[in-house]
Design a protein around this ligand. Structure first.
Ligand code: SF4
Length: 245
């Protein structure tokens, strides 16, 4: 993926960014390539960002590392037990995620943080493949409206039955995949059976535009991860009850 060149506008922009570094980062050797996702491969929680920041993840080589949105995100993940430290400024600082994986709608920083629709489509196959590889995901937290809309579209493509859903801060939707399989062996037919489901919990993006204007506050953002923890607990209680049946 880091050799991907499907979006010429973004490839050109990344080269331009590494040539025009702000003074405070002039000693940095910018990553300036498509940015891989990262985290725990057995994660039950998937965070979906919009795109790397030109002087943040695109500089350090790891999503959300070294940018202001990352300070908010990593602080909240640490507070709720999904990260081993509350901040991360470079990719060799020992920061690690547990039960959580971070990806993005597109993997190259776009000018003004605004990807074009065709760039989102070019990058979608990477996200679809991640959905296949991350087999334990139970909760998805898209950061902001674009990530929310694009996550819904990807889940539809994966066969989830996704109705029209509205975006807002702190909404929770449970989406299931298709119908109960008809091929269950007879002796299992009367057992409680849970269709594969994913819960989406929505939040405003922790961008400076939102955090500096008070549209998103720390208590509002932390409430999202409290909801995530509660949802994981509910699901594990339900699975225990079903096993005991
Ligand atoms: S945004 Fe995605 S599809 Fe486009 S060049 Fe970067 S990695 Fe490739």
């Amino acid at each position: 993926m880091i050799r991907c060149r499907k979006c010429p506008r973004l490839v050109a922009y990344l080269q331009e960014v590494s040539k025009r570094k702000p003074k405070r980062y002039r000693d940095w050797d910018y990553w300036s390539k498509p940015l891989p996702s990262f985290g725990d491969p057995d994660a039950r929680v998937l965070i979906v960002g919009l795109a790397p920041a030109a002087n943040g993840g695109n500089r350090t080589g790891r999503m959300f590392t070294g940018d202001r949105s990352g300070e908010w995100l990593f602080g909240a993940l640490y507070q709720f037990g999904f990260a081993n430290q509350p901040n991360s400024s470079h990719r060799d600082d020992g920061f690690a995620l547990s039960d959580c994986y971070i990806t993005a709608t597109i993997r190259c920083a776009p000018p003004e943080n605004k990807p074009l629709p065709e760039e989102i489509e070019n990058c979608r196959p990477y996200f679809l493949e991640e959905l296949d590889l991350l087999k334990k995901i139970k909760v998805i937290v898209p950061l902001g409206q674009i990530a929310f809309t694009q996550t819904l579209k990807s889940l539809r493509l994966k066969g989830y039955d996704v109705p029209a859903l509205s975006f807002g801060h702190g909404k929770s939707y449970t989406i299931s995949m298709g119908d109960r399989p008809r091929t269950l062996p007879g002796r299992f037919m009367n057992r409680p059976y849970e269709l594969p489901t994913i819960t989406l919990i929505t939040t405003y993006h922790p961008s400076q535009q939102n955090t500096q204007t008070g549209r998103l506050t720390t208590p509002m953002f932390h409430r999202i991860f409290r909801m995530v923890r509660r949802k994981l607990q509910d699901r594990s209680n339900r699975q225990k009850a079903m096993k005991a049946f």
